[in-house]
Design a binder for this molecule. Sequence first.
Ligand code: PEP
Ligand code: MG
Length: 754
Amino acid sequence: MNSAAVTGPRILFRQIRQVMAGTGDAELRLQKIVRLIASNMIAEVCSCYLMRAGEMLELFATEGLKQEAIHNTRLRVGEGLIGDIAAHSRPLNLSDAQSHPQFAYRPETGEEVYHSLLGAPILRGGRVIGVLAVQNRTRRQYTEEEVEALQTVAMVVAELVSSEEMISSKELLDTAGNATKPHRLTGRPLADGLASGYAILHEPHIVVQRTISENSGEEQLRLEKAILALQDAIDEMLVDPEGILTDESRDIFEAYKMFAHDKSWLKKLETAVDSGLTSEAAIKRVQDDTRARMRKITDPYIRERLSDLDDLANRLYLHLDGIAVPDRQHLDQDTVVVARNMGAAELLDYDKDRLKGVVLVEGTRNSHVAIVARSIGIPVLGQCTEISNIIEDGDFILVDAENAQVFVRPGDDVIQTFNRSIRHREERQAKYAALRDKKAISKDGQKVMLSMNAGLLIDLDNFAVAGAEGIGLFRTELQFMVRSQMPKVDEQTSLYSRVLDKADGAPVVFRTLDVGGDKALPYLEMKEEENPALGWRAIRIGLDRPALLKAQLRAMVRAAKGRELSLMFPMVAEVSEFVEAKSLLLKEVERESRREGGGPTSVKVGTMIEVPSIVWQLPQLLSEADFVSVGSNDLMQFFFAVDRGNSMVTDRYDMLSPSFLTLLRYIAKECNRTETPLSLCGDIAGRPLEALALIGLGFRHLSMSIEGLGPVKEMIRTTDISKLENFVQKLCSNSAHSVREQLRAFAKDHGTVI
Ligand code: PEP
Ligand code: MG
């Protein structure tokens, strides 16, 4: 056993390479390899178990155990010592294996004479695909170097059993195929929908074409060059002269920097190359090790750091010469992108005909990538923390953002069920499409106006087919967020004017910049705030930095030249703010009207109702505003004091609670009394049950994301509003946490489709 420790596995690798380069039956070659390992490591036994379907480890090759045990000895994952190594994905080093409580005796192997055992998992992409074990008669503890050596050798074996050549061999087909077993993972839906396709790893995983290097000296130089390039690249990321790094990305880069200079990480890489591995294999070897450690750690902070280290390995890999970055604009099959996180612009880098879905380890509903994905109708599942441990480039994957789950390498039955869900969804969509040109008129003949929310020009492409009467909320900040520089007045003018062109005369309500809080502009310097949702954001920035707001208002006024202009301000907390903002607008209107061609034909100025305080000034507000729109996402957040982005509390209170309904009822009543146009443009407008409640409270204009339009229209067309109103009025005086069930029962009793 000392030879491996003294010479490292280099000689062994050379011999293995010869076997791998040779021809002949795949299993025979595996047999030769275990013989080589046994002799090189001075072990009486070397056995290779490979994973079969159903989490079963099967003995595929052995030197030292009885040959008749091959293909007969099987252990479930978790069973016996071999199963234990697979279950915990870590080596086991025992001087007296038989006295271990997990020991499972298999008489057909004849292993009773061997006392010591050293086993290591055979990993591929962090997954266990087999176990490699050596055994000796004497009771001996294997050294650290021997443990390391066996792990490295296990990696070479992993390459062999997963190589095309081996997989296409009959005997190993099952093993290699089934080793990559199906997984169902859960996450948080960030953009709804269903999709299937082949995985592309946004941060590419390491592909090892060759495990064993030709020349360790040259390989060492190749690795060194890549390390230096990586360190430089990270240092550069941190220079950030324009101050565009967010705190989060700075933290991540700082961690990268620390690890990129971390002596023990670098040493591990060097040792692996020194032992005869190629740089790719060395990086992967160290990464697999990190992943195996990561799985065992529950402390979120340490896991996060290990996951940084994992990312760093991917980055280092990309710095090796000869690695080609894939062309994402031209994909040849339906694709699901898997990333830790990504920017909106990066999403748009992918071939839009082939990009079907996205799975993120992180991500929130308000992350830019989620916003853009919703606009272009790409389902996104976020916070799918386990995905990077499971996924391999090219794996088939099903994204079910409707039920917060993904299936990786699904079986046929899952695929069939999923395809059925896709068909149902398509049928539903066809049903809604048929409603497109029908009006949202209730059974008792009352009309409800349904509009669409938008934020990117891409959204407007869908306007014509959405069946909406207008754009009830155009979130202008999205255009700002997906850029790297502040758009100039002319650019903004051209954008808003294209929005109006595309709306083709249908009403559009622009909302002025709503940034701050969770919506950061990379180029707008913002101080760190303890409570950003309650901080310097939206209209507050607009009034404190009037140049920014004025530029935007000017662009809107110019864009609407010769047409109607409707715009509203976000996060207004008191009437005086509205009055101040409105006077800025009127100045711009006046200025433009003096220019050639004049200004808009009419200007309507409104405000969002998002901060509870403004509700207590409604009479004054309504005498100043041409219309109002309830931003229920923020109004809920401030009404109940629950952070809308914090999953620990977001579901704590129900929008369908009597208190919130009473607040909304008051707003609707005041607007109806003063005949001020009122709409609601928060997420709840697009949910049929919630929309039912809103209509019962007196709302007659709802603006929602495109997917909500069909279901809400169907609900309205199957509702009798006169009966509903009485019912919802009564619910307001209920004292339950939520009146969801009562509303559901009402819908059921009255044939309302929700
Ligand atoms: C809201 O708060 O309800 C709203 C529509 O605005 P946003 O979601 O953009 O904050
Ligand atoms: Mg809001």
